[in-house]
Design a protein around this ligand. Sequence first.
Ligand code: SF4
Length: 172
Amino acid sequence: MGLEAKLASDGFLTTKLDAVIAWCRKNSLWPMPMGISCCAIEMMSAVDPKYDMSRFGSEVMRFTPRQCDLIIVAGTVTYKMAHVVRRIYDQMPSPKWVIAMGACTSSGGMYRSYPVVQGIDQFLPVDVYTAGCPPRPENLLNALLELQKKIEGTRARDFQNKPLLDLNLSKN
Ligand code: SF4
């Protein structure tokens, strides 16, 4: 069997290329800081010189979703605000990832009340949840490392034709 035929049958070249792409992706996540309430203060701390999120290649926060591939949702999300968060997520190019930062974002937290969404996974495909009220900056960095591990195992074609999650907000 010739080299070309062997590469085509074994997929060697594709596998290596996937590994390089995944390595680049995981080390250059550009976060969209979706700071909605108190948790956002700790998110800001994570990029300061003390906690130094740039060690993991993610210090380039962007305030336009079209330049981001990671949205960090930090704060209490109301049903009214959920539509805005989802619109911003939809404007981000694929592949893209989601970190739910804090108890409110992950589960509604202490707000068991009608205007608060009981977890953003009702309308976003969350990749990593971060516990705490608020989570410390180290906890957000840990979430970022967990996300990097997840991205490391992906292949470029995993993101082709990925179905969009329905905007499942039954309250409104
Ligand atoms: S988890 Fe705590 S700190 Fe974070 S938004 Fe909710 S109340 Fe605020």
